[in-house]
Design a protein around this ligand. Structure first.
Ligand code: EPU
Length: 422
């Protein structure tokens, strides 16, 4: 495993290009099994989660090739067969549970080991299970073996009213309903950009899905689907991470290959904190030349401020003048990284789901741990702000979700390198 070594205190200048969205890719790649044909996927991020999903597809019988462009993959799912997905593959990343929806949708049965992935508190999947059941399948989630099985004679469309706005459940129900008999309505659906992207991808391959991006998604089951070409949307959270890094360090950076509309809630908070964000058609420019000022942030499902940007934004606020608050309203326990920031000199207290941040003049470099993917991104930003040297350990989490993170930060003037851990 590698550490990241950062010498902080430099402003950031230049341009950075954002990769395809991780959370769209992890749903869209399993969905390629509906094509039973060749699917050409562009703008696929080159991250470790994607490599594991490709291994699972190969295990199921897909033929996978990488095109000359390293972010384009050709996936042929003609020979995919039903197989249980073993633990050694499924437990490597949380979104392996999308294979339950995809396999159930394609074969009317699925068996997948319980998902692994970032650990920030209780991560129930009751709403996914409710959806599979509403479509007529029998589901068994065996807590002892960690195996989930779902089976139906023939999935049949139904109304599924979600009790919690869940990205994963919305995606899994969409996948299982795509070839079900009749119409499925998902009510109280999540509206994240990757949900719309998955629906667009499935429609490109012959599905009939309407309303993705609103509270109600209507899926008319189709009998057959086909291959096609599709380009994954840019990663909202990767873009937001570079935006917050510029706001934190000061400087002026053009962030290319983004959809500015997806970044609005992040842009607004960064502007409140003292940065300037200029929108172009498919880029945003972020600059900050004046001191940061306090602001208050509450995470919400899309179009609210994303929970996946909470650690990065909170890190910016550690050096903003005055007292800021950050309220985490999506996950139960996503403040595990805060002691790391405190060890760098930040002044933060936690009261339930709210963090109170009293801005300090500067952070000081030390050794900090990347507790999960976005906490790891926050540690990089903290290291870029801090005086002296910061060493970030457990960077395997960061590589799961950020393509070429070291090269991209170096490209905008950061003093950061990857070194093998001892
Ligand atoms: N929830 C339930 N029951 C369920 C499912 C979810 O109560 O069956 C609750 C959760 O406990 C949580 C809330 O609903 O409080 C939202 O969870 P959601 O299901 O939306 O999260 P997820 O699908 O497991 C995805 C992203 C996460 C991101 C969340 C929220 C992927 C692969 N993961 O997770 O991304 O934090 O949505 O936006 O899309 C990340 O990229 O770093 C990451 C963790």
């Amino acid at each position: 495993m590698d550490n990241f070594v950062i010498n902080g205190g430099h402003e950031l200048f230049g341009e950075v290009k954002i990769s395809g969205a991780k959370n769209a890719a992890v749903a869209i790649i399993p969905a390629a099994i509906f094509a039973e044909d060749e699917v050409v996927l562009e703008n696929v991020p080159n991250i470790s989660d994607v490599k594991v999903i490709m291994q699972i597809l190969e295990f199921l019988g897909a033929k996978i090739e990488r095109a000359d462009d390293p972010n384009t993959w050709i996936i042929d799912t003609k020979n995919v067969e039903y197989k249980p997905i073993p633990e050694n593959l499924a437990s490597k990343f949380r979104a392996s549970y999308y294979f339950i929806g995809a396999m159930l949708g394609r074969f009317n049965k699925a068996e997948v080991s319980m998902p692994g992935g970032c650990n920030f508190g209780r991560r129930p999947i009751d709403q996914h299970i409710k959806g599979f059941q509403r479509l007529g399948s029998v589901v068994d989630a065996n807590e002892e073996t960690g195996i989930i099985t779902a089976e139906a004679e023939k999935l049949t469309g139904n109304v599924v009213a979600l009790d919690a706005v869940s990205v994963g459940a919305t995606i899994n129900i969409m996948l299982s309903a795509v070839k079900a008999r009749g119409q499925t309505l998902i009510e109280n659906a999540a509206k994240e950009p990757h949900i719309v992207d998955l629906a667009n991808f499935l429609n490109t391959m012959g599905a009939d899905i309407r309303g993705a991006g609103t509270d109600t998604i209507k899926i008319n089951g189709v009998e057959t689907m086909h291959g096609g070409e599709y380009s994954i949307i840019p990663d909202q959270i990767e873009a937001g991470t570079y935006m917050t890094a510029v706001a934190a360090c000061g400087g002026d950076v053009l962030i290319n290959n983004v959809i500015p509309k997806h970044l609005e809630s992040i842009s607004k908070k960064l502007e409140e904190a003292g940065a300037e964000v200029i929108e172009y058609d498919d880029a945003v420019r972020v600059n900050r030349f004046k001191p940061l000022s306090r602001c208050h942030v509450k995470t919400m499902p899309h179009p609210g401020f994303p929970t996946d940007m909470q650690p990065q934004m909170l890190t910016v606020l550690t050096i903003a003048e005055g007292e800021s608050t950050v309220n985490e309203a999506v996950w139960e326990n996503r403040f595990q990284y805060i002691p790391e920031l405190i060890s760098m000199g930040a002044s933060i207290s936690i009261d339930g789901s709210t963090a109170h941040i009293e801005g300090v003049k500067n952070l000081t470099g030390t050794t900090v741990n990347a507790h999960d993917l976005r906490a790891g991104a926050a540690m990089i930003i903290a290291g870029l702000i801090a005086k002296g040297t910061t060493i970030v350990t457990d960077t395997i989490y960061v590589d799961r979700g950020y393509e070429n993170v070291i090269e991209k930060f170096q490209g905008i003037g950061a003093d950061i390198k990857r070194v093998p851990a001892e």
